[in-house]
Design a protein around this ligand. Structure first.
Ligand code: ADP
Ligand code: MG
Ligand code: ZN
Length: 616
């Protein structure tokens, strides 16, 4: 059994101090052993009294220092000597004077203290100061101090948590996300007036976890909570805890909470908490995860330890909630979950409008149309679209953003920028036109499918040669089996048109194949839409956001049966798409020809040709 007790060995925290002091002491020892005795010895040579007298008589002395039991003297070559005095030789002073030797202080005999001071402490004072400064620096980097100074250590000059006194961001800066805002408003109320809650005896949740896909405004919302409550905002990314020196993460957490409780009421925001909050697996004792684990343990300790009534609220954000350690989600920790989802049609329009206010817009701009073109886009992508449109307007020498700028930006952000000089052969262009119209026509001919918004055969840098943009009439929370089948048929429509018209196939359908397969598989394994398997869950989704990791939960035989079913589903829809196109061959030709000439056509133009044919 693995101990999950989040107690932290405090000695570990002192490691950097010990390291730097230890280093200095080591250097001192080495210097003393090897260097200083050598210096001293070479400086003073001990000789006997006779040598001294001889040198005196030989006029070799320059300065002499007489002590009670010793004589220090320097010869004309500046060499230093010492010798014992013969006590009876009273005439020595006279003799020295006669020889013209000067008296002076050459050497001072030292007491033990003096010796220590001059030989050990003074030479190393600079070193000690340096070491102290060094370890202070390290400890400050680990989370103390003012918070604003950028540190020069680590690969990125690692920043500590940022402390904003007032973020200045309000809920009105976050468009849509009404439900998330609603549940965060209570926290704002609490931060505004913690006493009110205390009097009643209500306990606020210590932490709230913002959960949602990337770019949906989680960070923005957290800042808005601080802005609304007008309290300080400490923010740090989970990754910053782990990037640092070993052993730093935990002390950083401790420091963060210490600072926060001093500034209460305030908000501590841990972005991307999954980097430290990952599940601790009992199997790994290899030390690689030790650092992260320690940091996480410290975080848990701090969350349990501090008094919630003080007014410190911990917010955290993640887009991988399922990978979080369950300990983080226990009552008294991040027990409140705030889902922050991708915006719906209304939300997308609101986000576009909000960011649109920052740029000069032409009167023809219609954000509703743009919002309809961008199902599944995140807030960050929509903000990017508006900015890209503004850049495009500047590039084209306009002073206002126009609707075509926005359309272009949508293409750029969602499908890669237009390749200015990618040249398609005439034949290729023709195939791509038929392929794209094939998709669109199949979609339009099926009553349940959304109408086509735009078709283009202008190549994108993303590699897509053509591009059919479907507009959904609002976002569906629920899709019927028929709608899903129609979608699969639409995916196969491109290839079906190629087959019908050219009698051969190209590589252009690889993405379609992938999408159709994914959908068909999901129908069988997740949505229970096949007769054979009924409502049996065959797949467990591990990561609902980031769209993807799922694993089959069934036997091998069943897996084979699933594969067969998927093939059957796609085949049936492919056949249906081919039939639909064959029945409408003249319209396929007409629209494809039109697209071939114009390269880009709108949904309106498309429908006009389609209906013209119908009536005539
Ligand atoms: P996350 O933290 O969820 O990945 P961010 O909060 O960092 O997303 O969002 C990135 C940017 O996207 C924001 O700075 C903002 O410009 C824009 N954005 C995202 N969602 C919204 C929204 N709901 N309203 C307004 N802007 C948004
Ligand atoms: Mg973020
Ligand atoms: Zn296609």
């Amino acid at each position: 059994m693995k101990q999950n007790d989040p107690n932290q060995d405090p000695r570990k925290q002192r490691r950097p101090f010990l390291v730097s002091y230890g280093l200095v002491i080591l250097i001192m020892l080495l210097l003393n052993v090897f260097l200083f005795p050598a210096v001293l010895e070479s400086q003073i040579q001990t000789v006997d009294y006779g040598t001294f007298i001889n040198m005196l008589e030989g006029q070799k002395l320059s300065t002499v220092q007489l002590e009670e039991e010793q004589i220090y003297f320097i010869d004309k070559d500046e060499k230093m000597y010492q010798t014992n005095v013969i006590p009876q030789d009273y005439a020595i002073v006279q003799r020295l004077e006669d020889a013209g030797v000067s008296f002076g202080r050459i050497y001072k005999k030292q007491g033990v203290l003096e010796y220590l001071l001059t030989n050990w402490i003074l030479p190393f004072l600079p070193l000690i100061l340096l070491a102290t400064w060094f370890s202070r620096r390290i400890s400050r980097m680990s989370g103390g101090g003012g918070g604003m100074n950028a540190m020069m250590f680590g690969k990125s000059g690692a920043r500590q948590y940022v402390m904003d006194d007032k973020t200045g961001i309000k809920f009105s800066d976050v468009a849509g996300q009404d439900e998330a805002k609603e549940s965060l408003k209570e926290i704002v109320g609490f931060l505004h007036d913690p006493k009110k809650y205390e009097e009643i005896g209500a306990k606020m949740p210590k932490g709230a976890l913002l959960v949602g896909p990337p770019g949906t405004g989680k960070t923005l919302l957290a800042r808005a909570v601080a802005g609304e409550a007008e309290v300080p905002f400490f923010s740090i990314a989970g990754s910053e805890f782990v990037e640092m020196f070993v052993g730093m993460g935990a002390s950083k957490v401790r420091d963060l909470f210490k600072q926060a409780s001093e500034k209460a009421p305030c908000i501590v925001f841990i972005d991307e908490i999954d980097t430290i909050g990952k599940k601790r697996d009992s199997g790994s004792g290899m030390g690689g995860n030790d650092e992260r684990e320690q940091t996480l343990n410290q975080l848990l300790t701090e969350m349990d330890g501090f008094d919630a009534t003080k007014g410190v609220v911990i917010l955290a954000a993640t887009n991988r909630p399922e990978s979080l350690d369950p300990a983080l989600l226990r009552p008294g920790r991040f027990d409140r979950r705030v889902p922050v989802e991708l915006p719906d049609l209304k939300g997308r329009e609101a986000i576009l409008r909000l960011h649109g206010r920052k740029v000069k817009l032409d009167s023809d701009c219609d954000f509703n149309v743009v919002a309809r073109m961008t199902p599944g886009a995140s807030g960050a992508e929509l903000a990017n679209i508006v900015n890209e449109a503004a850049l495009g307007a500047v590039r084209n020498g306009r002073s206002r953003v126009t609707q075509p700028d926005l359309q272009e930006a949508v293409d750029t952000i969602l499908a890669g920028a237009q390749k200015k000089n990618a040249i398609l052969s005439e034949k290729e262009k023709c195939i791509v036109a038929y392929h794209e119209v094939g998709h669109a026509l199949v979609a339009a001919l099926q009553s349940h499918s959304a109408p086509v918004q735009k078709i283009t055969i202008v190549p994108r840098t993303s590699g897509a040669l053509g591009f059919t943009m479907q507009v959904e009439d609002g976002d569906h929370a629920l899709m019927s089996k028929e709608e899903l089948l129609n979608k699969i048929a639409t995916f196969t429509g491109g290839r079906a048109a190629e087959e019908l018209v050219f009698g051969s196939v190209t590589t252009g359908a690889s993405n379609d194949i992938e999408q159709a397969t994914k959908l068909a598989r999901a129908m069988v394994t997740r949505y229970g839409m096949s007769d054979d398997f009924d409502m049996v869950a065959l797949e467990t989704v591990q990561n609902a956001y980031l769209g993807g990791d799922s694993s089959l939960a069934c036997s091998e035989t069943t897996a084979a049966a699933i594969d067969a079913k998927v093939v059957e589903l796609v085949k049936a829809q492919h056949a249906r798409a081919s039939r639909l196109l064959a029945e409408n061959r003249s319209k396929l030709d007409e629209i494809s020809q039109y697209l071939y000439e114009k390269e880009t056509i709108t949904g309106q133009e498309f429908m006009e040709i389609l209906e013209r044919g119908n009536k005539g």
